[in-house]
Design a protein around this ligand. Structure first.
Ligand SMILES: O=C(O)CCC(=O)C(=O)O
Ligand SMILES: [Fe+2]
Length: 301
């Protein structure tokens, strides 16, 4: 295996430090088993589940939109996903409104069926979809999702979908083994809301009014160091088109760096929950507030 990098740090490939994500596609028709695995592992990695033709259509629409924004190297066909020089980490949720196939893939059919069966009742999804095209360089640093979306239920799940094959070199999502069981290490981090600020702190209040964050939600900038603290292994995988991985709000995750010369790693993350449970208002509606000014909450602290 080539050298794995995450947030600029090399991951040791010692078997105590690094492992593989467990494929649960063998249990796709046994939701009791999937629920047990989810409780134990904090994630479910389902290979070869989603419709590949639809995914290719999605990739076409996403890369066309990236090209419209002048983010694609036009020496290559758009679908190739060639990044322009120094493209960096591109986060473009707004293009989803012009990618009907992505909405179809994420919010109807196979995926919604999956969550309906998993939760065993009616489900709801966030109206906001996170879309990332990560150029060569650093991926995402270790974090849990709850600090970004904890104002409703805490039992919702993230679904991470790659739009193309993702090798170790291109850099996919990784999970910190058993991190969801380490409330001793998470409790002072995970319940902090990235959009809250101290009203009586002038700098924080000013930042909030400008839509800036006081707390970024990052758990660590150093994946090997946080692994040493939590003691589980970083679990990695090479993704093929058709795979997805889903995990809960307390599971620490990050991604591998993109070590290619010029190819984007393209993926989305979307969220699902029981329809009967409260939903975080920042992420619903026609034009969700998200982390913008209207989502900020001032606290006396
Ligand atoms: O795609 C990534 O690098 C990060 C994804 C992520 O943090 C998530 O799906 O919650
Ligand atoms: Fe995340």
């Amino acid at each position: 295996m080539e050298k794995l990098l995450s947030f600029g740090h090399e991951l040791s490939n010692d078997h105590k430090n690094l492992g593989y994500l467990k494929d649960s596609s063998d249990a796709i028709n046994d939701f009791d088993e999937l629920r047990n695995r989810y409780i134990n592992d904090g994630y479910l990695y389902i290979k070869n589940y989603l419709n590949k033709d639809l995914l290719q259509e999605c990739r076409g629409q996403i890369t066309d939109q990236l090209a419209q924004l002048d983010l694609i190297d036009n020496n290559y066909p758009n679908i190739y996903g060639a990044a322009k020089k120094d493209a960096g980490y591109i986060f473009k949720p707004e293009i989803i409104s012009r990618c009907p196939s992505v909405k179809k893939l994420l919010y109807s059919g196979q995926l919604t069926e999956f969550y309906k069966k998993f939760y065993n009742e009616d489900i709801r999804h966030y109206d906001y979809t996170w879309l990332r095209a990560i150029g060569p360089g650093k991926g995402t640093n270790p974090h849990c999702d709850l600090p970004y979306m904890g104002r409703g239920t805490h039992k919702h799940m993230t679904c991470w979908v790659p739009y193309g094959d993702i090798s170790y070199t291109l850099g996919g999502l990784m999970v910190l083994e058993n991190s969801h069981k380490r409330m001793d290490l998470l409790e002072n981090y995970v319940y902090r809301d990235v959009d809250s600020y101290c009203e009586n702190n002038a700098t924080q209040a000013k930042n909030a009014k400008e839509g800036k964050w006081t707390f970024t939600g990052t758990l660590s900038q150093n994946p090997p160091q946080i692994r040493n603290k939590f003691e589980g292994r970083w679990l990695v995988g090479e993704y093929q088109i058709g795979d997805f991985i889903t995990f809960g709000m307390f599971t620490v995750h990050a991604s591998l760096d993109n070590q290619t010369q010029n190819i984007y790693r393209i993926s989305s993350d979307s969220r699902y929950q029981k329809a009967s449970e409260p939903i975080d208002p920042r992420w619903i509606g026609e034009n969700p507030t998200g982390h913008g000014v209207d989502g900020k909450i001032g606290l006396v602290c």
